[in-house]
Design a protein around this ligand. Structure first.
Ligand code: GUN
Ligand code: FE
Length: 453
């Protein structure tokens, strides 16, 4: 037991594949000093009783109460941190107008680091309280405020992947909200990468710098090429928006005569640690490029409904071998909870398959083989997210970080309708995914450390 600092005892759920979950009834999860799950024991394992006894004797045991369950922490692959300040507003206008009249003026305010600190601290607390243990963030064009976001994640214990946004094209971006020029966009990004890498070394859970061209329309060719080189030089994550709306997709086609996927790939931005948001209009060839380069899709079903008026056939892309995770896309998506993204991913997929136009005969409706189950959405929110960012997270399994949320189905004000003490755990799992509210998430753990004490 020397290398084990905590032992959790309780019932948990973890994804095995997009189709299958593991039901870990009354298991022991043994965690080492680095916050990794080093041993997972079922009651039938020969060392279960002796480990349990030792954990009690050494006061290392944390036992879940009746009605409490363990889930892996969720991974949100697409968050615009500054937009938290406008969440829930302005969702009734198209993307281009929304960016120019609401979003860019709001993001410009993050030059003020005092304002940034207020918004970012509130956001990170909110995400952790909702069970999001890892977040992939767009900050703003400002190096200082972007670093501040990484620092807040580091101090609050969340695993943050943070990008200083690049928007250098003077023709496309507002004069008061863009990089000064291409050279400074690249220099600021490089310094940001170095600073966050230094910060990373001070944390147990890890914070990571991300190369972040906002999207092709905001960037010059020189900036895109320079960012591709920086991604390679420092071997860091890359994120952007890809083929999001008709307007954006059409703009890129007109400028380059190609789809976003090919443009991003030509500039060296599709790599094995790249995560591209939306991807509503990927062709089969684009999807093959994602697979070959190891690029993942951040599926954002709520904002896709608002800004792209679309449902993407995420099941088909995943079956073609593209890795998929979920994103809230705050504030194109209004809800900070990955639970809401899970629910919307399922609902939207059902509508794509069956319910698109009820005036058509059933056999003429929808897109076959599109619907996903809640198990698949759970896979995307956990294992898929972890594999997308190439980190050992998203499973309650050995050699994975202990990132977890304890869900209490009995809390006052939010108790769940569980009336049969022998209700199958498979059904409880579904209730957890559909009914969990923030109040039910009674503790959150990142890399073995409790965050919300
Ligand atoms: N495309 C470029 N910027 C943005 C943004 O902030 N949100 C969304 N949803 N799409 C974008
Ligand atoms: Fe976005």
């Amino acid at each position: 037991m020397e290398n084990i600092v905590k032992v959790f005892k309780g019932t948990g759920f973890s994804s095995l594949s997009a189709q299958e979950i593991e039901i870990l009834e009354n298991h022991l999860f043994c965690i080492d000093g680095k916050g990794m799950i080093v041993k997972r024991l079922a009651p039938s394992d020969s060392s279960y009783q002796s480990t349990l006894q030792a954990a009690k004797d050494e006061q290392k045991l944390i036992e879940l109460k009746e009605g409490q369950y363990l889930l892996p922490g969720f991974i949100d692959l697409h968050i615009h941190a500054p937009q938290w300040a406008q969440s829930g507003t302005a969702l009734d206008i198209p993307l281009y107008q929304w960016l120019n009249t609401y979003t860019f003026p709001l993001e410009a305010k993050f030059e003020d680091t005092a304002f940034a600190k207020k918004v970012y601290a509130h956001l990170v607390d909110t995400l952790l309280a909702n069970g999001t243990t890892t977040g992939l963030y767009f900050a703003t064009v400002h190096e200082e405020a972007s670093y501040l976001l990484a620092d807040i994640c580091a101090r609050k214990g969340q695993r943050g992947l943070v990008g200083k946004v690049v928007m250098d094209d003077a023709e496309q971006n507002p004069a008061d909200y863009r990089d000064e020029d291409t050279e400074s966009a690249l220099a600021d990004t490089e310094r940001f990468i170095q600073r966050v890498k230094a910060l990373q070394a001070e944390t147990v859970q890890g914070v990571y710098p991300v190369v972040t061209p906002r999207f092709v329309p905001c960037c010059t060719d020189e900036a895109l090429a320079g960012l591709g080189k920086l991604a390679e030089k420092y071997d860091v994550h890359v994120t952007s928006h890809c083929s999001e709306s008709d307007w954006e997709h059409g703009y890129v086609k007109e400028r380059f005569g190609k789809h976003d996927t090919q443009v991003l790939n030509d500039f060296g931005l599709l790599r094995d640690k790249s995560v591209m948001a939306h991807c509503n209009f990927l062709s089969d060839a684009d999807a093959a490029t994602f697979k070959e380069t190891g690029t993942a899709i951040a599926h954002c079903p709520i904002s896709n409904a608002y800004f792209a008026n679309s449902v993407i056939p995420i099941k088909q892309f995943h079956e073609q071998g593209v890795e998929v995770g979920l994103g809230t896309d705050l504030s194109g998506g209004y809800d900070p909870s990955v639970y809401s993204a899970i629910r919307q991913a399922v609902i939207s997929s059902r509508m794509l398959e069956d319910g698109v136009d009820t005036k058509k005969a059933p056999e003429e409706r929808g897109t076959d083989h599109s619907r996903i189950t809640v198990k698949e959405a759970f896979y995307f929110a956990t294992v898929g997210g972890g594999e997308s960012v190439r980190l050992p997270i998203g499973r309650l399994a050995e050699q994975y970080a202990f990132d977890a949320q304890v869900i209490d189905t009995t809390v006052a004000q939010a108790s769940m309708p569980i009336f049969d003490e022998n209700e199958p755990l498979e059904d409880i799992f579904q209730k957890l995914l559909y009914l969990t509210k923030r109040e039910n998430i009674v503790s959150v753990w990142v890399q073995g450390k409790q965050i919300n004490e």
